[in-house]
Design a binder for this molecule. Sequence first.
Ligand SMILES: [Zn+2]
Ligand SMILES: [Zn+2]
Length: 345
Amino acid sequence: MKALVYNGPGKKDWVEKPRPVIQEPTDVIVKITKTTICGSDLHILKGDVPTVTEGRTLGHEGVGVVEEIGSAVRNFMKGDPVLISCITSCGSCPNCKRQLYSHCDDGGWQLGHTVDGTQAEYVRIRHGDNSLYPIPDGADEEALVMLSDILPTGLEIGVQAGGVKPGDTLAIVGAGPVGMSALLTAQFYSPSKIVMIDMDPARLALARQFGATDTVQVGSEDAVVKVLEMTDGRGVDVAIEAVGVPATFDICQKIVSAGGKIANVGVHGKPVELHIEHLWIKNINISMGLVNTNTTPMLLKTVRAGKFDPGKLITHRFALNEILDAYEVFGNAAREKAMKVILAA
Ligand SMILES: [Zn+2]
Ligand SMILES: [Zn+2]
């Protein structure tokens, strides 16, 4: 089969590889029908994630069809259409028992990280019963690819960790796929104001279409001054960081109101300066973490019921064997006006 393989910093290739086989009785082999590229894949390719070794197949998002099941798999049969979770979880260890699937004793973020991933014709899913979800009849499979990672990440680590409530004022720093996912899912909770902050005017325009009430273009406007103006000098109840650099975390520290919350979603590679000399007196909470995907069943139901359409995050489509072209487009997202790309087998 063909797979997109990491060959060390800056190097990737679409190569022939042996098809995965059942190794553990809880494994499921899935034939990929649709997959995508995540910002984390670009981080890996830059060499930012040293736990990824050379020869690893990348990718942790996708949908497919069950090809083969291990002897202990109870929930799936050959031919079943499935959604793949970016988080592998056994369902029975102490962390899984409290829905902290991202820290499963025998799982967590393994796909396309320490285990071969979904940017391939076939993938082996460990702990298949708990790491896969059945796709309901008639569902839009492209839209469901957004449920593998970015939507639960935006919802759980951004919106829910930030405790967004009806009437709240909310700012999201970073209008990439995860920031947009926070924007879409924040609307479940009816905040009164959602301010999207980014450098790219095209992404801000898209954010307004997706429900942002206000936008701030960093570079031509001072984000802190603008947000304070919009909130009568109080700041926002919740500030979601969805970029992962010190400058954007700093904006969050300066726009959060007394009693507010900073929910960090971004993947950081450098330390940030924590302004505790200003924040200590303000009754602030700061949260951060890795998605658990415990909201995936709820998101499947809301998408199926037509409550919102994550398919609108998709801007580009390619055949799976055009994946190197897709990386070129996704890696130059601003120039290409790309949000999410779909690769179809
Ligand atoms: Zn991801
Ligand atoms: Zn577990």
